[in-house]
Write a protein that binds this ligand. Sequence first.
Ligand code: UD1
Ligand code: CA
Length: 450
Amino acid sequence: MKTSAVILAAGLGTRMRSQIPKVLHPLLGRPLVSYALQAAREATGTNSVMVVGHGAEAVRQTVGDAARFVVQEPQLGTGHAVQQAEALLGGQADQILVTSADMPLLTPQTLQNLIRNQIDHRGPFTMLTITPPEARGFGRVIRDDDENVIAIVEEAQALPEQLAIKELNAGVYCFDANWLWESLPRIPLSPKGEYYLTDLVEIASRDGLPVQAIHAQDDSEAIGVNTRLHLADAEALMRQRVNRQLMLDGVSIVDPATAYIEPGVVIGQDTTIWPNTFLQGNTVIGENCTIGPNTLMRDTRLGSNCQVIASVLEESVVEDDVDIGPYSHLRRGAHLAQGVHMGNFGEVKDSYLGPGTKMGHFSYVGNTTTGPDVNIGAGTITCNYDGKSKHPTEVGANVFIGSDTMLVAPVKLDDGSRTGAGSVVTKDVPANTLAVGAPARAIRKLKKGD
Ligand code: UD1
Ligand code: CA
């Protein structure tokens, strides 16, 4: 039994009041549409067909080959939208799952329940219903005296007694494919000039075919995003979901309301997340770490037993036993090896700091590699940019860089060398040699124990 999904995304999204297509607005770091795509892929095991219209080109570019596309032009309603997918899916699947791109909270489990129910009952289709405290403009589910679902009435058309109905149409369905393609052309034009997918309930019911309705486990799954208020609601719920799962998996989150962790971030056991922490993109954090408060990490890989306080780490790699902050910044290409200590007000970019290296206070290190156990004194700056291009700085093992040293790149400090406070190093310093002054010149060879 093969199920394919159709994701509706052709609508205008007027209520967002935006130049950006609604389904491309970010929710917890990803475009809104990516959630529906992923849930449908997990539930069906295959890529979906997306029905696009308004902003089609931008949506296509963002989604890429994660879906196949059909264009609905003009947009004549949800029934008309599904009909466009027949060109790609007719004869290709036994069941057609229909969902909307603006419903990010639907879980693959719920979609699977819908598919399972449809396979077990073999009627024309199974639909998802919810009973939330607010009606949010959803269609009302009309049942007869025997509790059979016989119609869905849109809010705009509902009679007062129908408006009082608490059971609502979530807008997610699993159809028998043959029945769907045969029945879509039977949908009548609504007074508003649209073909409502929801009219299929009445069509099936009049044919004496039983429509199945299953209830969502959690009403919040069916939150559709129509306005920016809904977007914020949905994001808050998604955050709760992510944080909850992390906590169940052994991560401590001191104040979940202020932990902004994107889905897909991986965090090891017994790591603690302090408040006001943002973990984004492909960030991976090891075990027994302390992150935050006031920290942002994006696309960064952090080892185990690390501490990061009030710092920003972007596109960086940090090995085990490293401590960073407060107030430090790793930029793209920073790599701190095991046991590095990086204290206050440090910035590292495109550089490798060897194991055990210490950079305690007020330094900028760019386009640099250091050996192990280097001491980078307070205020050390790599002058890596001459106004035209970047130049490398190379620092050997056990080098001691005195406070306020300027390393004018390209320059090399060989193993065991040392610079005096305030040196301006414009020439390479040989191994085991002390250099001082501005510009620094080598003054004497160092002896062991110096
Ligand atoms: C729809 C249902 C309603 C249900 C609600 C749940 C219909 C007629 N009504 O209403 O019963 O309670 O969803 O959220 O189906 N779309 C297209 N092409 C179109 C029109 C819409 O692709 O021509 C897409 C939209 O982009 C959206 C989805 O279909 O992703 C739903 O359309 P929308 O206009 O939001 O329907 P609702 O009024 O929410
Ligand atoms: Ca909607």
